[in-house]
Design a protein around this ligand. Sequence first.
Ligand SMILES: [Fe+2]
Length: 431
Amino acid sequence: MLWHAPVSNDSWLAEYKNNGEPDWKKGENQTSSIIAIKGIAPFNVYSTTFTLLKPGTTFQYRISKNGQVIFTCDAKSLKSPEQSYRIAISGDMGAGNSTSKKIAYEIYKAKPDMVAVAGDIVYNRGLVSEYTTKFWPVYNKDDADTLGAPLLRSIPFAAAVGNHDALTRDLDRYPDALAYYHFWDQPLNGPDGKEGGALVPVLLGPDANKKAFYEGAGSKYPRMTNFSFDYGNAHWTVIDSDPYVDWTDSTLRDWLAKDLAAATNATWRFVLYHHPCFSSSRAHYEQQQMRLIAPVLEKGKVDIVFAGHVHNYQRTYPLTFIPDNVGIQLVAGATNTRIGKTVNGRWTLDKNFNGKKNTKPNGVIYIVTGAGGQGLYNPEQTGDKDSWQKFTKKFESTVHSFTVMDVDGATLVLRQLDINGKEVDQVKITK
Ligand SMILES: [Fe+2]
C-alpha cells in the first residue's frame, strides 16, 4: 500500500485491521522515498505492507499524520488459491478524458477483486505531472460516479508499462518522465538488466536530472518492468513489450520460460503486456514483436494473453504460432529508433473451441483490451470480417469496453463489458 505526502518532518503511520477485529495493527516494513525532481515540488512516497490480513475479505486501514487519523478506508485483501475471484483488465486507460472516467466507474460497478492494466497507464508521456491530473483523480476519486471511482485505494492493481509510460526517456526535456518507477510498487523478481542492454535503452539528459530520477526510483529501475506474482489460483507474468526490449535475448527468454515453468501450483497462467501481437486492426498492425515469444508462452502453458495499445477489443481463436525467424526490425527517425518488428510465421488455430459447449481451448487465447478510454481504432473493421486476420474470432471497435474475468477453480468466464455495462462478448474456459 502506498501513499504520497509533501516532504516534511511529519510523522506518518499506516494501520489496519481485519473486519470485526477490535485492535489496529501497524503496517509492516514502512519505507519512504523522496522524489525530488526538477519542476515538481518534492514529495515522499510511503510504502507499507499489511501482512496479517485474512484472504479474500474486506478489511480497514487508516493513515495517521502526527498521531491524527486523516484517512480511513475499506479495502479488499488478496484471494487465497481456494477462493473464487473477479479481475478487471483494461489498457490505455489513463487519458483522463470523459470515456476513461466512465470506464473507471464501470470497472468499479463490476466489483472486481483486482485490476490489471495492460499498459499506457498514463498519457501522454507517463510524467509525474500527468499522474496528478489524469490518473489519481480518476482511479482514486473519493466518490464513485461517471467521473471516476475510489479503485486504487481499495483493491490491488497490477500494471504493465506501455509506450506512453516508458518511451519518454529524455530527462532534459521531461525531468519527471518514467513516473512509473516512482509511483508503482510491483515485484522485483524479473531479470536484472542494465541500461543499454536488452531490457532498457540509456537515459538521456543532464547528470543532475538522471541522478534525481535514480534516487527516486531506487532499486525499481530498471527491473520493475518484467515480473510475476500469484493471485488466487493464477500465476500472472507481466512483461515489457516496448520496442526497445529485445525479446530474442536469451536472458529474457530464459527468465520468461523459467518463470512459467515454476508456476506448478497455478491452475491458470495469464500474461499481461502492452503491444498485441495478434491483432487485426490496421492501426499498429506492423508492431508484431511479441509474436517472437509465442512458443515460450505455449510451452509455459499460458491460458490467456492480455494486451492493449490497439484501442478496441479483439479475441483470437486459441492458437499456436511458430515464427519464421527473428522478424524485421522497423526503425524511424534520424536516430533509428526501434518502432516494432514484423514477424511472420505459421499458425495453428483451434476453431472447435467456442467458449460455450466446447470450453477446452487448444492453444493460447490472445485478448486485445485497449478500449479503456482513448479514441477507438478502426471501428470500420468491426462489421468487415474480410478485413480481419485469420486468427481473429471477435472484433469490437464501435464502443469503449473493458474485460471482466471470473475465475472459480478450474472454470473461467471472460466477458467484455462496454462503457454502459452491456456485454459484448463472453467465453467460458474449463480445465
Ligand atoms: Fe500504446
